[in-house]
Design a protein. Structure first.
Length: 143
């Protein structure tokens, strides 16, 4: 069974999105661990290793995706985890390539369907990098 850790990194205090995502992934047959709000990259990496997850899902709505998402990848790798990282939320399309180069395996924009979300998470777990078009949010495409 696919194991996914869903978390909010940084000071963004909105948690409706990650709670909806957690339910969608659970309903798709994945085991979901919700780490909650205001997590540091180190806290996320520790939880990911402890829970032995395949994918870490980050909800980002605070504009710090180019700083915080790569920091989570670095923390995971420093803890010996090869978990894929998927970022969801408000991410300008122009930042997608930089995130891919930083090790982000998938990107899902607002308005993406449940089917696209599940597809991106499963593809990331299988080692495929997937970008759900951040501007249109409905089409998935490979990096």
């Amino acid at each position: 069974m696919l194991r996914v850790l869903v978390a909010k990194v940084g000071l963004d205090g909105h948690d409706r999105g990650p709670r909806v995502v957690a339910r969608i992934l659970r309903d798709a047959g994945m085991e979901v661990i919700y780490a909650g709000l205001r997590q540091t990259p180190e806290m996320i990496a520790t939880a990911a290793v402890h829970e032995d997850v395949n994918v870490v899902g980050l909800s980002m709505h605070n504009g710090a995706h180019l700083t915080l998402a790569p920091a989570v990848v670095a923390a995971l790798r420093s803890h010996g985890s090869e978990a894929a990282v998927v970022v969801g939320g408000i991410v300008p399309e122009r930042d997608a390539e930089a995130l891919r180069e930083a090790g982000i395996a998938g990107l899902v924009g607002p308005g993406a369907s449940a089917e696209v979300l599940v597809e991106v998470v499963r593809a990331a777990a299988e080692g495929c990098s997937v970008l759900s078009d951040a501007s249109r949010s409905r089409d998935g495409k490979a990096f």
